[in-house]
Design a binder for this molecule. Structure first.
Ligand SMILES: CC(C)(COP(=O)(O)OP(=O)(O)OC[C@H]1O[C@@H](n2cnc3c(N)ncnc32)[C@H](O)[C@@H]1OP(=O)(O)O)[C@@H](O)C(=O)NCCC(=O)NCCS
Length: 183
């Protein structure tokens, strides 16, 4: 389990299903995610997600919960890529709409990135963001990710074609930011 000043990143548990379904069942959350994120998001989707991820050790997907009451407000995860890119993990995250705009995603992503490099042998983490999605791009930049490129007209969401941005963070970037500044 990981803790930040306001959040707890912890494994999913069966009792999270109603909170997960309620927070995730929102077009405002879905519209900047891949279509594989269900919409509408039903309690059965939540139960399936939890059953798949709750027992993985070390966990690759964690619930984002409020530290105050341990209630789930979002999710964050990393997916190992395959073959020659197997030392790359793709990071994804979301928060329920009621929790946006308070710097919580930034807090969660920074903590999760440190966890990924500490607990797994990833050499690189990456994230793909729809080009117009300023908030998520800011979250990644604030967590040390660099914009590495733009895949032109690579995404279609709700019938709209758009560019997507590739952000990357390599293990040595993190080490560099953690080093104390020279006297
Ligand atoms: C992306 C998401 C996680 C951001 O969460 P959040 O907690 O609101 O983010 P933060 O409060 O940390 O804000 C991030 C930054 O974006 C900025 N921002 C927010 N909305 C913005 C907008 N419409 N335009 C420009 N900047 C914006 C904030 O000012 C902040 O910038 P700062 O760090 O320079 O102050 C949240 O919007 C979400 O869950 N969206 C749906 C799912 C999703 O898109 N996930 C990411 C897929 S790549």
């Amino acid at each position: 389990m990981l803790e930040t000043s306001r959040l707890r990143l912890r494994p999913y548990r069966p009792a999270d299903a109603p909170d997960l379904a309620r927070e995730a069942n929102d077009l405002r959350v879905w519209r900047t995610l891949r279509d594989r994120f269900p919409h509408p998001y039903r309690e059965s989707d939540a139960e399936r997600w939890i059953a798949t991820h709750a027992q993985v050790t070390p966990p690759t997907a964690l619930a984002i919960a409020r530290r105050a009451d341990d209630r789930l407000i979002g999710g964050i995860g990393v997916e190992r890529q395959a073959d020659v890119v197997r030392f790359t993990g793709e990071v994804g995250y979301w928060l329920g709409f009621a929790h946006w705009g308070r710097g919580l995603a930034r807090e969660a992503v920074a903590e999760f990135v440190a966890y990924c490099f500490a607990r797994f042998d990833f050499e690189r983490l990456e994230a793909w963001v729809f080009e117009p999605h300023r908030a998520s791009r800011r979250v990644l930049e604030a967590s040390g990710f660099r914009l590495e490129g733009t895949a032109r007209r690579s995404v279609v969401k709700q019938g709209e074609l758009m560019d997507s941005c590739l952000y990357g963070l390599v293990r040595s970037d993190l080490r560099a930011t953690e080093l104390p500044s020279p006297p």
